[in-house]
Ligand binder design. Sequence first.
Ligand code: MG
Length: 251
Amino acid sequence: MFKIDFRMQLPMYLSAAFCLIATISSAQITDPKATEVWSPEPRVVTPGTNNGAPSDAIVLFDGNNLNEWRSVKDSSAAKWDIANGAMTVKPGAGNIATKRSFGDVQLHIEFASPEVVKGEGQGRGNSGVFLQQRYEVQVLDCYQNRTYSNGQTGAIYKQYIPLVNACRKPGEWQTYDIVYTAPRFNNDGIQVAAGRITVLHNGILIQNNVEIKGSSEYIGLPKIQAHGKAPIELQDHGDLVRYRNIWVREL
Ligand code: MG
């Protein structure tokens, strides 16, 4: 006599039952309100005007003073020059860093390459924005100035080539809007999640959530070393690069 082995048919019965349940439960939702989520409610942030700081940002430089900055060399007061609402790298004074330390951030920073063009390649308007004093978003004048691609403006230095070259002419103000997720380390100092970075240069996406490979190194490979929150650092590479309107939102 013909017999059906129930065990063979089980998957079929189960999937049929599952479809039936899914059909019933979606059929039961007839009220659009049933899928509305009201809590938590995002807090209100007042946007800035003309790339200005939103209401919940920490202003790191508003054109008036370097109170939020210190010299990296010896932790003394930052000695870069201030004029016309901008700070200018003071060659030889060395890098400067924020007094505060940060983890994940949204950073807005504006820079201008020297109006008087001198040098070429890496020698033209070189500076840099270091997240957590380790990971450099390259600042360089790459307006009609060729250098190695993973070292040009907006490169995650020697790790990621920018998607495009969005440079304005020397002397013109440019913006970086950076979204940075710090790497995560466990209690043994092992990296359990790489850092990530997104960069918009003059409003144009040039780094799309790339995975940081480690510290930015001039020579050799990136290094992974455990660290906690750390300052944002700006590079003195000997060129008269100007910065203005710097603000950060902790994420
Ligand atoms: Mg640099």
